[in-house]
Design a protein around this ligand. Structure first.
Ligand code: IYR
Length: 222
């Protein structure tokens, strides 16, 4: 673990304000084009993009630098099929029984239902697992901190990195998603929190006509 004796200097250079503003605006404009996509092309995606995007996610800040995450990349057709079957079973329960009227109404603009063909069509699924604690090599356990926040931040960076590289994603949350740990044979102390579907959008795909809140609506400056 790092201590004050092992600090190193920060690799950092201030940018000119003009450059900063341009970069901030360019990044915003690129990120604002990100849309969740539910129809994917079957085309394979470059392995290096997946790996670098996960490295980016792994560079996220985390409580006490415990890095309480695992990213399980699934490209195997049979595994994707098993995940689809299990996810659709849970989703059918959700849409038919578990979801409240209010929830179903909130989802209506998205046009979603219990069918999830993209889980097989898309070339890659990234199942994201949260580790409440980590098992060290000697079998001892140590506790992790702010795990939800840490995994949420890393996931945001993963989505941004994939979008930046030109890939589309869908943040899919089959509920409950315990089946992911079973199918992917993850250790029982890891909990699946999200299934990120990754690929190119299908040709001619359409997306819901929904808007993001304005700056005035989401921020205050004092
Ligand atoms: N997990 C379901 C339902 C769903 C829930 C929310 I909140 C969404 O933003 C979208 C869908 C599904 O994937 O269809």
């Amino acid at each position: 673990m790092a201590n004050a004796d092992s600090f190193i200097s920060l690799d950092y250079q201030r940018l000119d304000e003009e450059v900063m503003c341009q970069r901030a605006q360019d990044f915003y404009q690129r990120m604002a084009k990100r849309r969740s996509v539910r129809e994917f092309s079957a085309d394979a995606v470059p392995q290096q993009v997946l790996e670098d995007a996960i490295r980016t996610a792994g560079s996220a800040p985390s409580g006490a630098n415990m890095q309480p995450w695992h990213f399980a990349v699934v490209q195997d057709a049979e595994l994707k099929q098993r995940i689809r079957i299990a996810a659709e079973a849970e989703e059918r329960e959700l849409y038919e029984h578990r979801a409240s009227e209010e929830w179903l109404q909130a989802l209506a603009p998205l046009g979603t239902d219990a069918n999830k063909p993209f889980l097989e069509t898309a070339p890659a699924l990234i199942a994201i697992f949260l580790k409440k604690f980590t098992l060290d090599a000697d079998g001892s356990k140590h506790k992790n901190y702010y795990t939800s926040e840490s995994v949420g931040i890393a996931t945001g960076m993963l989505i941004a990195a994939l979008h930046n590289a030109g890939l589309a994603t869908l943040t899919h949350t089959p509920s409950p998603m315990k089946f992911l740990g079973e199918i992917l044979k993850r250790p029982s102390h890891e909990r699946a929190v999200l299934l990120l579907v990754v690929g190119y959008p299908a040709d001619g795909v359409t997306v819901p006509d929904i808007q993001k809140f304005s700056l005035e609506n989401i921020a205050s400056f004092n």
